[in-house]
Design a protein around this ligand. Structure first.
Ligand code: MLT
Length: 325
């Protein structure tokens, strides 16, 4: 048997990742300690003595967790968003944070299209009615996408994949992204506009940005007030980008015709003022939940955890790599 290339480390895996990812960690000779559904106190206890911690989006990697993990070299985020990791504390403590930014963008884009269509055609509501014995054809009349304007807020990887998939439906596309120039979209069927103009013109608005102090609550009462009457809003990006109480109010008043939401403020949630509203379609943060995306996320994060533990450069460092010790 070949000896492992790097000294064994304890890798604490706090959320489910793919078997392929776990195998890569084991083959590198590490002790893989899978402990799912820990509460914050249990996580703080378990992280002591671990050299690596792997999470998805449900685990809050706070400054307290990072302090308790005095031996941590690396935190691996098996997915894109790192808003559940205290990056400032990680940088201060010299812990490298890595993510898997390419792993699930396709799945997130496909889920966006699925939710948008499901909302436009009332598919979950009609399904629920029919399986409950009600043949409700008149109640669930939908709208077509052709000839409508799609507003894409955030033109990163997922936003672009969504435009590529929805433009062939005959939608006109306007987009807002302060980090994208008109040269970068030249030749594409995308018109860059201000957020205000996007809201005023769009029949469907879809959000594709990280949650940061600048973007939290971006779609609140003020934004909804300038939105086109009858707009439909889709969020497969992050909870907290939308003020959910303001959205519920706009749905009740009829200003917003519908919403399709995969993400919520303070997940997991069991109830919301949005749940009882008939134009609302929801899923429990399933954007990245496909076999393919989870396989990629597990492998991408495990490879980088192995690299970080071996003192090699990592592919996707979110915080500066920790000095090899
Ligand atoms: C992500 O940020 O990668 C997605 O929200 C999926 C996830 O966290 O599992």
């Amino acid at each position: 048997m070949t000896a492992p290339a790097c000294p064994p480390a304890r890798v604490l895996v706090a959320e489910r990742i793919s078997a392929g990812g776990l195998d890569l960690l084991r083959v590198a000779g590490h002790e893989v300690d899978v402990r799912l559904r820990m509460n914050p106190a249990e996580l703080i206890e378990a992280v002591a003595g671990a050299q690596a911690l792997i999470v998805r989006s449900a685990t809050q990697v706070t400054g307290e967790v990072l302090e308790a993990g005095a031996d941590l070299t690396v935190v691996g985020r098996a997915g894109v968003g790192v808003d559940n990791v205290d990056l400032a504390a990680a940088a201060r403590l010299g812990v490298t944070v890595v993510n898997a930014p390419l792993s699930n963008v396709l799945s997130a884009a496909e889920h966006t299209v699925a939710l948008l269509l499901a909302q436009a055609r009332n598919i979950p509501q009609a399904h629920a009615a029919l399986v409950a014995g009600r043949w409700e054809r008149a109640q669930w009349e939908g709208v077509e996408l052709a000839g409508k304007t799609l507003g894409v807020v955030g033109l990163g990887r997922v936003g672009r994949l969504v435009t590529e998939r929805l433009a062939p439906f005959g939608m006109a596309i306007v987009a807002h992204d302060p980090y994208v120039s008109s040269e970068q979209v030249s030749g594409l069927p995308i018109e860059l506009v201000s957020l205000c103009e996007l809201l005023a013109r769009s029949d469907f608005v879809t959000l594709h940005m990280a949650k940061t102090p600048e973007t939290a609550g971006l779609i609140g009462a003020e934004a909804l007030a300038v939105a086109k009457p009858g707009v439909r809003i889709v969020n497969v990006a992050r909870g907290g980008l939308i003020d959910e109480a303001a959205l519920a109010e706009a749905l009740r008043s009829g200003k917003v015709a519908g919403a399709a939401l995969d993400v919520f403020d303070g997940e997991p949630i069991e109830s919301s003022p949005l749940f009882g509203l008939s134009g609302v379609v929801v899923t429990p943060h399933l954007g990245a939940s496909t076999v393919e995306a989870q396989r990629r996320a597990g492998v991408d994060v495990a490879e980088q955890v192995n690299d970080a533990l071996a003192g090699r450069p990592v592919r996707f460092a979110v915080t500066p790599p920790a000095a090899a010790g």
